[in-house]
Design a binder for this molecule. Sequence first.
Ligand SMILES: Cc1ncc(COP(=O)(O)O)c(C=O)c1O
Length: 300
Amino acid sequence: MLQKFNPQNEHIFVFVRDKIVPRNEAQVSVFDSSVQGGDAVWEGLRIYNRRIFSLDAHLERLYQSAKALDFKNIPEKAFIIQAIVDTLHANKMYDHAHIRLTLTRGEKITSGMDPRLNTKGCCLIVLAEWKPPVYDNMEGITLVTSNIRRNSPQTLDSKIHHNNLLNNILAKIEANYAGADDALMLDLRGFVAETNATNLFMVKGQTLHTPAPVACLPGITRALVMQLAAQLNIPCVERDISLVEMYQADQVFTTGTMGELTPVNRIDGRLIENRSGTDVFAQLFAAFRTCTQTMGYMIV
Ligand SMILES: Cc1ncc(COP(=O)(O)O)c(C=O)c1O
C-alpha cells in the first residue's frame, strides 16, 4: 500500500497562517516550530457528499492537543472552520477529499527548543487533497509486528495528536522492509496498542475487542465504531489484548479517517480466519457508510 501522486492535486490551493495560496507557494518559515522540533498538532478529516465528517470531534481533539502542549493564541474554532470551508471552496472539493489540518506552535525568533521563543502565535495549515481511502478495504491488508513500542504516557502520551511522528515512522519502515502494509505496535507492557497509523479492533465470536486507549490514539473513527456496535447490539470490550489473541481472532480490522474500516488478512504471516459464521465487520462497515453519507458539517 503505497500512495501515488495524484495529478489532480498538482494545482490545489492551501491555507497557510492567514491566506490561501497555490500549492507551490505554500510554505512555513524555517523558524517554524514544526521544522525545528516537530512541535505541532494535527488532524486528518474527510469530506463526503459536501459534508466534513466528525468536524467537531476533530476540532476538539486539535484544541485539547494544543492545550496539552501549552500552545499560546490557539485560533478560535470559528476561524479554523472558516479556513477549512474557504480552502474547500477554493479547490471545489466537496467529496473524495481529505484534509490534513496542522497547527504549529508558530515561528520562533531564533532556533531553539524553548516555547518562549515563539512570540508570533500559532500557524494554521489547511491542506486539502483529492484522496480516496488509502487502503484496499475490499481486499484487506497485512500487518507485521514492529520492534518499536508505541509511546506510553510515561514517555509521550498518545492522547496528544502531535507531529512528532518518528515513533510511528520507524515502525512503518520495519513494515516496508518486511513487505507488510503497516506495522502492528505493542505498548511497553507487550499488549497490542494500534498500528503505526490506525486503531485496531478484533472480533471473537460475536464480541468486539479493542485496546483501551493507554498507548493508542483515542481515534474518532474508533469511538464511532464503538458507538455503532452499541446501536447494533454487538458487545464491545476495551481491554489489554495480546498478540496471540489477535492471531486467534475471527476478524481483525483497523479504523482511521484516512482509510476508514479496513480488514486485516494476516498478522506476522498468520491468516486471520473467520470461524464464527457471522460477519461483524460487514455489519459495522455498512453502518459506518450510512454515517458518512448522512452526517457531518454541511459546506455551504
Ligand atoms: C497513530 C494513529 N492511530 C489512529 C489514528 C486514527 O484516528 P482517527 O480515527 O481519529 O482518524 C490516527 C489518525 O491520525 C493515527 O495517527
